[in-house]
Design a binder for this molecule. Sequence first.
Ligand code: SF4
Length: 232
Amino acid sequence: MTNEDIEKIADDLEVKSAQEVLEWAIGEYPKIALASSFGAEDVVLVDILVKIKPDATIFTLDTGRLNEETYDVMERVRKKYNINIKSYSPDTEEVEKLEREDGFYSFRDSIDARRQCCNIRKVQLLKRAMSGLDAWITGLRREQAVTRTELKKIEYDEGNNIVKLNPIADWTQEEVWNYIKENDVPYNALHDKGFLSIGCSPCTRAIKEGEDVRAGRWWWENPEQKECGLHH
Ligand code: SF4
């Protein structure tokens, strides 16, 4: 499929609901999976996806530095929907080398050091998770970050060489939470403590009212640099 084909489909999908986008994507790409970190957007997508395809592939990157609340919501989701969550862990030798040589908080030293940690604990896992897939689904939304304002509902993910679906790209935060409440979807307890975007424990904090959604992630960096290498 060419970039032009993808752009044309993106125009068609723009007016479709998240359910319609997922139904279309499941039909089009037999080997498709949802990448979930079990934040608010991701649990919404789990709910929508499982209602369409109960045995859909849902994977998560267990970086080894997640909050207890994240494991808790993963377990509640797993039980509620009776699903297997395909978890991926970092390479033991690489983590051991990183921690032994650079310590336990090397990601605070520089952007490169932070990216190195994200690479070992996230990006390499994602590569493994995506090998053999035709497409992946994310919970990215346009209003989440300055790096995401141009997001389409379907894109060609050049970095990972795969089609990427963003079915709730046009949703507002309010729509996400309305969906969670109306459908009684389990969510991460940290959201009730002021956390909006949840990643690894040492790299995530609560935000104050009025702050940007992603202000609680890698708060010591500039907004333009706040991607972990999973989304290009
Ligand atoms: S978010 Fe922080 S702890 Fe997690 S992989 Fe990236 S740098 Fe490492």
